[in-house]
Design a protein around this ligand. Sequence first.
Ligand code: ADP
Length: 180
Amino acid sequence: MDFEYKGKTVEILEGDITRIAADAVVNAANEGLRGGGGVDGAIHRAGGPAIMAECRRIGRCPTGQAVITTGGDLPAAYVIPTVGPVWRGGARGEEDLLRSAYEKSLALAVERGLRTIAFPSISTGVYGYPIEQASRVAIGAVLDHLAGETSLEKVIFVLFGAADYAVYEEAMRQAIASRA
Ligand code: ADP
């Protein structure tokens, strides 16, 4: 579903992020940029070895930061690996780190002058961040970004499964209503 905000579009979509033809797709990576399961594994499988070759050259990415690589064989031109926090109960800076992961990813896209970017639900898989809370952080960071000066015209949240999709759609409705 599309939502309009400040003249830009936020799309909430159920699907597989490796098939999205955005200028950049964000990867929920780990600090070693060495690949893994979940969305990370899917992106490297679909995108081919060029992405991992660049990740090896970059080396590491601390939690809350982001880097940028080629999109390899993906429909997207770039991959933006970012590292969300592991959930440890919520009092270990998780919210700030998750917000930072989104903000740094958006900033890299703007540095490249990109117009569209797609995010998975960072940290809500193996890293265990409760999705209702994570969705509010993710959407808050994106809407705050879109309210400022940006090259981005469209941000897509790609959710894996109907349950996750419903959580993001509801969080998006509430965020838009509270900002109206
Ligand atoms: P993290 O380690 O940051 O928690 P995961 O990859 O384990 O990252 O999970 C993040 C989210 O990505 C989960 O909600 C998971 O269901 C989702 N996911 C897994 N594969 C894909 C995919 N191909 N496209 C989009 N989202 C995906």
